[in-house]
Design a protein around this ligand. Sequence first.
Ligand code: PLP
Length: 220
Amino acid sequence: MIAENFHRIQQDLAGSQARLVAVTKTHPVERLREAYEAGARLFGENRVQEMAAKLPELPPDVEWHLIGHLQTNKVKYIASFVHTIQSIDSLKLLLEIEKQAAKHQRVIEGLLQFHIAQEETKTGLSLPEAEEILQSGATRALRHVRLTGVMGIATNTPDEQQLRREFQELRGIFEHLRARYFAQDEGFRELSMGMSSDYRLALEEGSTLIRVGSAIFGAR
Ligand SMILES: *Cc1c(COP(=O)(O)O)cnc(C)c1O
């Protein structure tokens, strides 16, 4: 089932430049291995401990993406291996990632997470908050974090118009930041949006990274 689901979603990506992050949170490593066998290489987890525990159980060419809220005191547990932290929501966190990545002489990719949903509970930056981070001298001095784009979680709603509006908002933010702060940097290229229920719409609105869990692995 996992392989079939994975291939079906890959089909949906054919013709676009977008890539699929298989969201594996709560699933045991046997199921991750099944997805790996089917061709999945980007894995998304939302908890530090769970990701660190799964790491040794999978081949080394897996690209691990942290997609959940990250406390600064936990960065050290994943800094030696995490490929991308999609959930950067403060300058403090950004600087801690820089510090921990430097210890391992690595560069970690990072996405700024934006609040685009109507729900109060979904975390993330506003555009002014992000600009404050990007304008700070500390951010310009980063050597071990490379900001490669933005991430957002849309409202959990069947309302397609609303979902499109939220995806368009995030795309607007991405394009604004790229033009203003990353005009010389081709590395700023990722627009991470779309989950199991809304990834097709997200792709139509320009997503480059979809994060899909239950449509591959079933309900959690
Ligand atoms: C769990 C999660 C997903 C995947 O959700 P599904 O609905 O299972 O596809 C995507 N993004 C984030 C940030 C998540 O926490």
